[in-house]
Design a protein around this ligand. Structure first.
Ligand code: PMP
Length: 431
């Protein structure tokens, strides 16, 4: 595959942008080599500056659930642009968006739009603190909730793959208020709560983790967390930035039938535009300024172009419930095919999958938490990543990321992906 133009752009980018990229994982640092610069995308495919074509398995890290440049979204965005791009004043579309989210996700009675997932999670924990008049929060090892100071402690995603799960610049005072607990471990959670009785404002969790690779909650785990939070007056926050409108129309909370107090959203609600949101119980949300004292604001919040894209996306998903059955079937077929190849070739790999999220881990361990995720052979993953790229399949450039299936991944493409995977693993086994 020729990469002349991407390589040239990356060289230039490094002079002007830290590390040459605007978000760390994009730099290919953990898989080696230079990043590919994308020029355009349509449906299931990405096209780079050198005119290479790839099947896209990250889909902008989740939002492109209907594939790239989905016609109805493109049309609505074109229409909206004619009426200007931002007003900094309320619009009809924001009301429609809030109503749509509240209708789809029953636990969300009120919602505030923001411009990224990071803003949503930062605001949600501030709100939990304001509501409970307590300071500490519980966060799970390997979960990623954006780059807010309180979350950059044993963080997943890029922080994990770049070996910087804790970031300099986060003060000791902030660290002291974040309590870390291993995922899928109820005993450890109870112990932490016991040791900090009456001091914990909120618990934030990815109900299905996407950011240490795809890690599923054990049977009954989320329900147990719900009970523990209720008993200890801790605000339960589901970070559904990845899982919202993906694992079911109503997100992981619908799929696992557990009701959080607050939910953070992102990705799909913007249809690819920079959008996030946090919402939940009216009683808590009423604390948000200007109806209450918890301050949170945003010049571009509820941006009309972003609302047009997101609303079109949500309406389409709502009107086509069969999409979720199709995504689940595609996820299962891919996971089954990956497992079959692993067995045939005899690789020490394991596959986690739920609905349209999955990860192939280069470890023989069952991956259920941060400790087991860290047993992966990341160097081997790096080799695998490049072999898949050579065969025209674009994966997330890190072992510790979930992949995302769009509804444009049909039977034919699944066959291609599985064939590329089989050959790549075979090549690795021979090396
Ligand atoms: N929460 C989760 C679960 C995420 O996966 C992410 C980003 N991948 C965020 C929060 C932060 O979102 P953003 O990158 O839009 O700030």
């Amino acid at each position: 595959m020729k990469n002349k133009l991407s390589t040239k752009l990356f060289e230039e980018a490094q002079n002007y942008i830290p590390g040459g990229v605007n978000s760390p994982v994009r730099a290919f640092k953990s898989v080696g080599g230079n990043p590919i610069f994308i020029k355009r995308a349509k449906g299931a495919y990405l096209y780079d500056e050198d005119s290479n074509k790839y099947i896209d398995m990250i889909n902008s890290w989740g939002p492109m659930i209907l594939g790239h440049a989905f016609g109805p979204i493109e049309n609505q965005v074109r229409k909206a642009i004619k009426d200007s791009f931002s007003f900094g004043a309320p619009t009809r579309k924001e009301v429609e968006m809030a109503k749509t989210i509240c209708n789809i996700v029953p636990s969300i009675e009120m919602v505030r739009m923001v411009s990224s997932g990071t803003e949503a999670t930062m605001s949600a924990i501030r709100l939990a603190r304001a509501y409970t008049a307590k300071d500490k929060i519980i966060k799970f090892e390997g979960c990623y909730h954006g780059h807010g100071d309180s979350f950059l402690i044993s963080a997943g995603s890029g922080a994990m793959s770049h070996g910087t799960p804790d970031s300099p610049g986060v003060t000791k005072a902030t660290i002291k208020d974040t309590l870390l607990v291993p995922y899928n471990d109820i005993a450890a959670l109870n112990k932490t709560i016991e040791a900090n009785k009456g001091k914990i404002a909120g618990l934030i969790i990815e109900p299905v983790v996407g950011n240490m690779g795809c890690v599923l909650p054990n049977e009954g785990y989320l329900k147990a967390i719900r009970e523990i939070c209720t008993a200890n007056e801790i605000v339960l926050i589901f970070d559904e930035v990845m899982t919202g409108f993906r694992l079911a129309l109503g997100g992981a909370q619908e799929r696992f039938d557990v009701t959080p107090d607050l939910t953070t959203l992102g990705k799909i609600i913007g249809g690819g535009m920079p959008v996030g949101a946090y919402g939940g119980k009216k009683e808590i949300m009423k604390m948000v300024s200007p109806s209450g004292p918890m301050y949170q604001a945003g010049t571009l919040s509820g941006n009309p172009i972003a609302m047009s894209a997101g609303l079109t996306m949500l309406k389409h998903l709502k009107n086509h419930p069969e999409i979720y059955a199709n995504l689940d079937a595609a996820g299962e077929e891919i996971a089954h095919g990956l497992r079959k190849s692993i067995k045939e070739i005899g690789m020490d790999c394991t596959v986690n999958q739920v609905g349209s999220m999955y990860t192939l881990f280069f470890t023989k361990e069952q991956v259920t938490d941060y400790t087991t995720a860290k047993t992966c052979d990341t160097a081997l993953f790096g080799k695998y990543f490049h072999k898949m790229l050579e065969k025209g399949v674009y994966l997330g450039p890190s072992q510790f990321e979930s992949l995302f299936i769009s509804d444009k991944i049909d039977k034919k493409l699944i066959k291609k992906i599985l064939k590329a995977n089989h050959s790549s693993l075979e090549e690795l086994a021979k090396e």
